[in-house]
Design a protein around this ligand. Structure first.
Ligand SMILES: [Cu+2]
Length: 245
């Protein structure tokens, strides 16, 4: 009796698994089919990170045979989508392009830049903000822009080099109220520092090849002189101006 029940359970289980298999095999939704006889679409992709346009390389997806249906030919920011047969929405996701490229892109990050204190990522499609990011399905003639811009609260870093006896640059420009970080690097052979008159901030005196940074909130508009406070260095030429507007 026990044996019979066991067999019946196995048979029922088998039927269930077979049914589920057939269901999943033949029930792929029709709605996500974009084309049945292939397509040849193009979309334009531009990436801008902190104000700098990024190159989309030529020949992506064409490195080995068979060529990837999604690829680039030239350095013209055009993504080619040349599919044959049935094309599903899934095939046209922007994510696929970044997989081919081998670069990171998702709702938070482009390459190594992620939304956070450094800045914010946004995507525009045909002039409108789009929140699908890597899940966006590209369409013919799309103009896609991925933009990573510095957030207003981001700290601006300014590198100043000191040597005998000058600063490079000797003029620093900043906006009142913003927070800046001055990274002072001693490229000379004597000890130097960078001392700003007015806000009263100064780096440590550092030796040759040394470095020190000062972060501060930029004071009200005006011109503030800075110098190296090591005796005689200012007179010898180690001075400059912080111009605040
Ligand atoms: Cu000095």
């Amino acid at each position: 009796m026990k044996g019979k029940i066991g067999i019946i359970l196995v048979v029922i289980g088998g039927i269930f698994i077979l049914g589920w298999f057939l269901f999943s095999k033949f029930s792929a939704p029709e709605s996500d089919i974009v084309a049945r006889n292939g397509l040849h679409w193009h979309s334009n992709l531009s990436i801008n990170i902190l104000g700098e346009a990024q190159d989309v390389p030529a020949g992506l997806g064409l490195g080995r045979l068979p060529h990837n249906p999604m690829h680039t030919h030239d350095r013209d920011n055009v993504i080619h989508m040349e599919f044959s047969g049935t094309v599903r929405e899934d095939n046209l996701l922007l994510e696929k392009f970044f997989e081919i490229w081998g670069k990171q892109f998702n709702k938070d990050c482009i390459f190594d830049k992620c939304s956070g204190p450094d800045g914010n990522l946004k995507m525009m499609v045909n002039g409108k903000e789009n929140s699908n990011f890597d899940n966006y399905m590209m369409r013919d003639d799309d103009k896609i822009e991925i933009i990573f811009s510095a957030s207003a609260s981001a700290v601006k870093e300014i590198k100043v080099l000191g040597t005998e006896f000058s600063f490079e640059p000797s003029t620093i420009e900043a906006k009142s109220g913003e927070t800046i970080k001055i990274i002072f690097q001693n490229k000379g052979s004597m000890p130097h520092n960078l001392t700003i008159n007015g806000p009263g901030v100064a780096t440590k005196t550092v030796g040759s090849s040394g470095e020190d940074a000062i972060g501060f909130k930029v004071p009200s508009a005006g011109t503030y002189s800075f110098e190296c406070s090591v005796p005689g260095h200012k007179e010898a030429g180690m001075r400059g101006n912080l111009i605040v507007d």
